[in-house]
Design a protein around this ligand. Sequence first.
Ligand code: UD1
Length: 417
Amino acid sequence: MSAFLVEGGRRLDGSVRVHGAKNSVLPILAAAFLADGESVIHNCPRLSDVAASLEILRHLGCGVRWEGDTVSVDASAPAGVDVPDALMREMRSSVIFLGAILGRMGRAQLCAPGGCELGPRPIDLHLAAIRTLGGTVEEEGGRLSCSGALTGGDVVLSIPSVGATENAMLAAVAAAGTTTITNAAREPEIVDLQEFLRTLGAKVRGAGSSVITVEGGKPLHGGEFTVMGDRIVAATYLAAAACAGGQVKVTGVDWRHLSTVTAVLTEAGCAVRSGRDCLAIRCEEPLRGVRPVRTAPYPGFPTDAQAILMAAMSRSEGTTLFVENIFESRYRHVDELTRMGADIRVEGRVAVVCGVPRLHGAAVRADDLRGGAALTLAALGAEGRSTITGLQHIDRGYQNLEGDLRKLGAEIRREEL
Ligand code: UD1
């Protein structure tokens, strides 16, 4: 079992570049299956979820190469219609392949993704979108079988689900005729997916707004694309500076994607500046408690940044309320932060964080990706040594968290226990 060993109390200082966005590259890799040709994708992060997606593409008959941060996917001779159960279990977001496989092959089979560390994550909206486009969906014994020649239609999402929006876009690109997706998610990753689909020759517009229009049914060719920088990784390094104190510059990210996060950090007393593709933060302790942080679909405060900001606010003057509106069970980091001396109480969707002057090192376990990052950040600002296990969760979303933090002056290393 590997673990991070962190010696807390070192100020951070320096500059770090974020890798490509996990939540952007995963749907883009699924989209590559729609192209009758080769897609060359740059700024592709080395993450276990990306490796799982490439495994799925290989299984579907694609030629796949991964050199440095460039991935090439040749989908000119597709030969499969299913996602193996093991890969489906490994990465819940492999459901994003549904629209692409069904669209390209007229058939798709996968096992229904189970619940995960954030609580139940249903896919009813994904399936409703597929049905609206004329696909039939049979659910039996935990398996989903979808089939049908898709045609354009009016997809109306009851909530702006990121994954359902992406699945609907991929299916719609293959569906003959015009599709509109109403109440679409507006996340920057959706815009990135639209831009990638356009490089393949698809006619998609409206991403970034609540209505996306797709004129589908045209054959797609290969293309070349560079994935956007990961806004949540950027938020993590900003929050790291808030936890440990110091000055950090984060490059390779669009600052406009992080306005709600930087607003909280500014209110807490950090000085944040933004440039063309960078953000810089200066944090002198102690932080001040802030007004309630409520997670919401983009452009609201991202649920993926809730845990890391909570780590920062754990050591502050005053009280901060967090309200988690997206996922039911996204406070699993709280008990572990409490082991480090944090004073946090959870009632349903609300966490009350009473800032304490000091955290102390402890042995803690990551139960999910962003919660694991939060524990690592808390350890940077804690007195003494911490051990963080459960790194397989963290590795799903950070290419080299410990290396980047070390570059900024943190004392952190990965060891086999
Ligand atoms: C994506 C991100 C994840 C982020 C989340 C919210 C990826 C790979 N993951 O996840 O990091 O935390 O957006 O910003 O991009 N829901 C339903 N039925 C559905 C689909 C979703 O009820 O069919 C609910 C979910 O349970 C959740 C809410 O909708 O409560 C939002 O989920 P969604 O936006 O779909 O998140 P994901 O796409 O799974």
